[in-house]
Every structure is written in C-alpha cells, then in structure tokens.
Design a protein around this ligand. Structure first.
Ligand SMILES: *[C@@H]1O[C@H](CO)[C@@H](O)[C@H](O)[C@H]1NC(C)=O
Ligand SMILES: *[C@@H]1O[C@H](CO)[C@@H](O)[C@H](O)[C@H]1NC(C)=O
Ligand SMILES: *[C@@H]1O[C@H](CO)[C@@H](O)[C@H](O)[C@H]1NC(C)=O
Length: 487
C-alpha cells in the first residue's frame, strides 16, 4: 500500500479511535469461549532442576592426547533426564588442530591454589571440574606458568588453567617431550576439586603407578560478559537468582556456561500447546558445596525479567551468574497492544503505528485491531479478519505498516495465535487465514478453533513483508501474539 495512503489512513484512524474511545462496550458483542493463555501451574520446576543437579556428572580433567580442539558445548541433561554426556564421559572429540598463541601477562591471572612443594616427594592431585576444554603440554625445562597462561589466552572460552606434572604416564614419557600438563577450563575451580591423584598402571612393571605433583590453579582476574546470542538480547544479569516465572517449558543442562548453546536449545525446543515457541531463556551456574556442578538453561514461552529471578538455590545448591535473554521478534507490536494507549477498555481501528487493516476491494471494515480484553489471547488487543459488521462476505488483510528489519539469507520462524470462536462453531468452520511472506502464501490455518499457536519457517531476503489474509465474511478470525523469530 502506498505510503501516502497509509498516512491519510493514519489521520482517519485518530478520528476513528477517538470516536470509539469509550468504556461502554457495545452490548451486541457476543460472549465467546475464553481460552486466554492459562498460566496456572506453569512456573519453573525448580525441584526437578535441583534433583537433576544432584545426579549429573560432568566434571573432567586432562586425559588422552594433548591439543584437542575445544569441542562444541554439549547438553548433559534435558528435563530431568541425563544424556549420555551427563554421566561422566569426558572424551573430547579427536580432531587435528592447533591453537594460536597470544601474548598476555601472567599478571592478568590470579593464583587460586598452589601445588605441592618443589623438590619434595609430596603427591598432589589435578582438578576434575566442570567446563573442561582441552589440555596442552608445555616445556618442562621450568615450571612453565607463562606458556600455560598463554595457552589459556589462546583458547576463546578459557578462564582457568591447572598446571601439574604427571609421572609414570607412558604416553608422556615415551611419545611426548614433556610431562608438564596445562589443562584449561571455561569456569574457575578451587583446590577442593583436586580429586585426580593418578593411580593408573600406565607403564609396564616395575614402573610405579601414575602420580601428580605441583598442581596449581590460575584464574583470569576478570570474567568477560558473554556477547548476546544471535536473535536474543540480555534482559538481566548476572545475578544470584534464577527465574521462577510462568510459561516454563523445561530445561537443559550444558557442560559449560554458553549462552549461544542455550539459545540454540530454546530455538529447537518444540512449541508448547498453548504458549507456542520458546521466547526467553534463563542461564545460570549451579554451585554445589562451593563447586561448579552444571549450567542450567531454562526455557519459557513468555518473556520474564529480573522481578521473578528470586530463586537463589536450595540446600547445598547455590545459583550464580544468572542471566535472562529474550528472543527478539521482527514483528513490531506483534500483540497489537499499542492500541491500548489510545482508548480505555474498548475500541478498534484499522490502522495504528505498527499495523494496517486493508479491506477487500469494495469491502468495508474487514481487517481491524480490536481492543477488548475478554477476546484476547494475551494482553487486551487482537487482530480481526472478516466482516465485523457482517456487511459482506469478503476477507480482509492485516499487515505491518513497515517492512520487517529482517536480513537476507537468515531463517525465520513466523508464529501467531489463531481463534475463530467469535462466529460460533458453525460459521467458524469456514474461517481461515493465509499467511504470506513477500506475497507468497506460506501457511494456511482454517476451521473452528479456540486459541492455538501456528507457525511456519521462512527464509528472509531482507526487508521482508508479511501479511495475514482471511476471515471469510462472517467467519471471523482472531489473531494475536504475532512473532517473527530468527532460527
Ligand atoms: C572414551 O574413553 C574410553 C576410555 O579411554 C574409551 O573406552 C571410549 O571408547 C572413549 N569414547 C569415545 C566416544 O571416544
Ligand atoms: C620432562 O618430560 C619428559 C617427557 O615426559 C621426561 O622424560 C622428563 O623426565 C621430564 N623432566 C622433568 C624435570 O620432569
Ligand atoms: C480515552 O479516554 C481515556 C479515559 O477517559 C483518556 O485518558 C484518553 O486520553 C482518551 N484517549 C483519546 C485518544 O482521546
């Protein structure tokens, strides 16, 4: 629709909105079966999360060959069930690869714990902890802290290094040039997690069992804030409170604090029957008895914020580094709620600052934004297609007034909520809506239904357009909570 025409319509709208600015709801509005999104019993299931924290085993230390590339973040549990990766398996994927080294001063690190004394027979232990990334061997001509911290700097996620000698290890003694191990982690650890004393018969007798000496730990002075994952923005954090919020969809445990991996879990989570796709996640570190134990990724179909981030833990479990991220929608005001600002309790319009309702040629009032809370899926306003006044049998079209700020080549999920209860089950059976993406119909929903989510995946070409077309005359269609999310 030409911009000038939209501008003209916009002027008309203000008059229309004013004309309908009343709290006296017309008495011919039918009561319809209400199935607003029901949030009872949809709060975060903190008990199942805590019980699963108690079971998960995702601590590891350096083993196998050095210089494995850092593996992808893995999921160690989903919804109370451990994955195979959550049951103490720590073999990093074996791929060839080298790390670039960068120069950084050891003063960027603090010593968290020292090792057993030099020139003594005292035995020590290496760390078994969460968020293990990889290890390298550094020259053992000296106790080579500098090279180990430089290695940590070269690994993007590294914040902690454990350096130690390992003796009687066949591979180190006969196939490598050093027995000084440098194991790096994406989380910090303490001496309380020195639990690997060696004790394997690696070399033939009469050689002794493997053992460890001079195991010290260095942590980066400052933890870097993660960058927002693609398609999400930070809502709050870091705090020591996890969300206890409605619209909860379940959780995954990750083997490290990885906001991008949590976003991927959210994107891939199946839609909730009444709430639709995942639109928010809360990531936090679980510390049990002082030791990092797992990284929780809780998912929600409603956007939460810090006001519900009140669960600081229970028993031995403490919540740390809690952050909330919301999924960005490219559909501006997808719930049509800005109309609420123009009137009080009830009104409707064919145009506001985000959406335009377009009639069929020769038709009248076939697409509108309607403020009447009892009809809404959430909030107070809905989109409506069909002849509101029962004037004709023509469909209408609702479309954003501006092209979406989408990007060429990216995949998007269009989600919306559909209901056709207004016309009753007989007429409502003829209700339908076609969803178009750049003028092509990509999805059709039809028939009688109380509110239900519908979605379709599309590919952007940049500045894309979307339109909802339908509502055959008196078979009125309601739309609400339109979202266009990046996949
Ligand atoms: C992991 O290591 C164990 C023992 O070293 C080995 O038996 C197993 O096959 C390895 N698993 C994978 C997936 O590499
Ligand atoms: C250095 O490492 C090599 C290979 O493991 C080992 O043979 C040598 O004894 C080590 N030197 C010291 C001082 O530990
Ligand atoms: C609509 O009515 C409400 C309440 O009476 C008032 O606050 C608001 O300013 C009115 N809006 C317009 C656009 O006149």
């Amino acid at each position: 629709m030409p911009r000038l025409l939209l501008a003209l319509l916009h002027t008309l709208l203000l008059v229309t909105a004013y004309a309908f600015n009343t709290s006296n709801v017309p008495d011919n509005l039918p009561d319809i079966p209400s199935n607003r999104v029901d949030l009872t019993r949809t709060l975060t299931d903190a008990t199942t999360i805590a019980n699963t924290v108690a079971q998960v085993r995702q601590k590891a230390g350096a083993s196998g060959n050095p210089n494995h590339p850092v593996p992808e973040t893995v999921v160690t549990a989903r919804d109370g069930k451990l994955t195979s990766k959550g049951q103490l398996t720590s073999n990093a994927t074996s791929l060839a690869g080298l790390f670039e080294r960068s120069k950084r001063s050891p003063s960027d690190y603090i010593l968290v714990f020292g090792g057993s004394p030099v020139n003594s027979e005292a035995r020590d232990a290496s760390i078994e902890g969460t968020a293990y990334l990889t290890f390298t061997l550094v020259s053992n001509a000296t106790y080579n802290i500098g090279d180990c911290l430089a290695f940590c700097d070269s690994v993007r996620e590294c914040v902690f290094a454990n350096i130690y000698y390992e003796f009687n290890n066949d591979a180190l003694d006969h196939r490598e040039s050093s027995n000084l191990k440098c194991a790096v982690y994406a989380d910090t650890h303490t001496a309380a997690e020195k639990t690997n004393y060696g004790g394997q018969q690696s070399e033939p007798l009469p050689a002794g069992l493997t053992y460890i000496q001079q195991s010290s730990g260095f942590s980066k002075r400052t933890l870097v804030d993660p960058t927002d994952p693609d398609g999400y923005s930070l809502v709050f954090g870091p705090t020591s409170g996890a969300n206890n919020a409605p619209g909860y969809m379940g959780f995954s445990f990750l083997d490290r604090y990885d906001v991008a991996a949590c976003a991927k879990e959210c994107n891939q989570r199946g839609a909730d029957g009444q709430g639709g796709a995942c639109k928010y996640f809360n990531i936090w570190r679980a510390v049990v008895n002082g030791n990092p134990t797992t990284y929780t990724c809780s998912m929600y179909y409603l956007v939460a914020d810090q006001s519900t981030a009140t669960n600081t833990g229970q028993g031995d479990l403490k919540v740390t580094y809690s952050r909330g991220y919301k999924r960005l929608s490219y559909a501006e005001d997808g719930g049509f709620e800005s109309l609420q600002k123009l009137c009080f309790g009830f009104c409707w319009t064919q145009l506001d600052s985000s959406w335009a309702g377009i009639n069929s040629f020769g038709g009248f009032d076939e697409a509108a934004i309607f403020y009447y809370t009892p009809y809404a899926h959430s909030g107070g306003v809905i989109g409506m297609l069909g002849s509101l006044g029962n004037y004709d049998n023509l469909p209408g079209t609702l479309t954003p007034v501006k092209p979406l700020k989408t990007v060429a080549g990216k995949k998007y999920l269009i989600e919306f909520f559909y209901a056709s209860t207004y016309s009753g089950s007989n007429k409502g059976a003829n209700a339908y809506v076609d969803v178009s993406w750049n003028g092509q119909v990509v999805n059709t929903v039809k028939g009688y239904s109380t509110w239900k989510p519908a979605s379709v995946e599309v590919v952007g070409k940049g500045g894309d357009t979307i339109a909802f077309h339908g509502g055959a005359g008196s078979a009125i269609v309601f739309l609400d909570d339109v979202g266009v999310f990046q996949l």
